[in-house]
Design a binder for this molecule. Sequence first.
Ligand code: CO
Length: 132
Amino acid sequence: MRLDHVGLAVRSVEASAKTFAAFSGARVVHREELPRERVRVAFLDAGGVLLELLEPTAEDGPLARFLAARGEGLHHLAFEVPDLARALAEATSAGQRPIDDRPRLGARGRLIAFLHPEASHGVLVELVQRAS
Ligand code: CO
């Protein structure tokens, strides 16, 4: 398992990408809109570490509710795993609470699944498997 990216909830992908670029030199390497999740994302390469900026595209989506309740900031940590179905099963037997009970398609064509923050010290965890 390795850290794949850090997800940040933001009000504006454009504004936050500019902010991060200004002090870190991080550049946008991928942009995507995920209509089902009602988010727009941009991935920034910050010296080999990826930041995922997530902006809501509707006022009633989960990310909009997160922003309303908690404001901008850390949203999730994403770990890359070689076999997501297996990692989900292992996480469940280790006491984690999956939000997604099976892998689904996420940004960049990767298979993803989220684990509930309640069972991981308040941090929303995303498991990511590269498309094979
Ligand atoms: Co993510």
